[in-house]
Design a protein around this ligand. Structure first.
Ligand code: DON
Length: 316
């Protein structure tokens, strides 16, 4: 019997290389829009018009266009991996120290913490990610090394590394993150020294990885919690929960607009990357350094928008 005309296409029917070309063409039309993140000086020298995109299927095929193998600063995309590692280590108690509601405020905002007793709204704003890093530090003793190791293993790329110059630049200009961490600590919601939490947080944000690396490393969310080697990292329910928080909070104050345009769980970073998940099918990463006012890459969002529009694939 034929499938209903509006049922989702099979892998075999999808021409991923052509869809990526369509996405890149849409990204190129955004050239000149947005601004490279300037508040971390080491990121400011990136070419605003660079673009790359990769797609890794659940069964291990990888496709890419543009600068898809060029490493860039993953920044807040790392928050997704630190969250997954805490939950995988059984850190379900995390949810008493961080919420899962969109903040409706910029990613580095301080205002809600005061009235909400030092409990950040969600794990993807900076305040929430500091709490997640703190818990990963308690569980492992070296939080950033665990994020790095996970990326290297899932991507099969031992060359992925922390960019020490970016980490130093973040630390030097990190007054806001330091303020957030001290405020959270004043409410008893950090279990490690503030300086240790900040060091680990800056280190995992400063990992340099490519679209290819990130698409491969994000596949566990498309595989409902299974790692590349087939071992179970998260339960199906935990993977669903991370995808849900990505959809509602992963692109900050623009998560509604992103869901409206793209319709996929995703996590962005101020390095210009956006990692998105097609549950049951693939993980995708698009990258271009020029950002909109919310801190999301203008061209990467346009590319993902074009991809889901042309393919008819989204979670809706
Ligand atoms: O803490 C910061 O400000 C950066 N390390 C990460 C911010 C970020 O990527 C926000 N993303 N859009």
């Amino acid at each position: 019997m034929n499938a209903a005309p509006d049922s989702p296409p099979d892998h075999a029917e999808l021409d991923y290389p052509q869809l990526l070309d369509t996405a890149m063409a849409a990204a190129r039309r955004e050239a000149g829009r947005g601004h490279v993140a300037g508040y971390i000086p080491a990121l400011a020298s990136e070419d605003p018009e660079a673009f790359g995109m990769a797609l890794a299927t659940v069964d291990g095929e990888v496709f890419g266009v543009g600068d898809w193998e060029r490493p860039f600063s993953v920044q807040s995309i790392s928050k997704l991996f630190s969250l997954a590692l805490v939950l995988a280590a059984g850190g379900d108690g995390l949810w008493s120290g961080v919420g899962r509601e969109p903040s409706g405020t910029p990613f580095n905002s301080l205002v809600q913490l005061e009235t909400e007793h030092g409990i950040p709204r969600n794990p993807f704003i900076n305040a929430g990610a500091l709490v997640v890093t703190d818990r990963l530090q308690s569980l492992t003793g070296d939080a950033a090394a665990h994020v790095l190791d996970f990326l290297r293993t899932e991507a099969g790329n031992p060359a992925i590394a922390v960019d020490a110059a970016v980490a130093a630049s973040e630390a030097e200009h990190g007054h806001r993150n330091a303020a957030l961490a001290h405020f959270i600590a004043s409410h008893g919601n950090l279990h490690n020294e503030v300086d240790d939490v900040l060091r680990e947080y800056f280190a995992h944000c400063s990992i340099a990885a490519s679209c290819r690396d990130l698409a491969l490393a994000g596949r566990f969310l498309a595989r409902h919690g299974l790692r590349a080697d087939g071992s179970r990292m998260l339960s199906r329910s935990e993977a669903k929960r991370i995808n849900a928080v990505m959809l509602t909070c992963g692109t900050y104050d623009a998560a509604g607009e992103f869901a409206f345009r793209v319709g996929l769980p995703a996590k962005s970073g101020v390095g210009g990357g956006v990692l998105a998940v097609l549950p049951g099918r693939a993980a995708l990463c698009a990258w271009s350094p020029a950002l909109d006012r919310a801190g999301n890459s203008v061209a990467a969002v346009a590319a993902l928008d074009a991809f889901t529009t042309a393919s008819g694939l989204s979670v809706f």
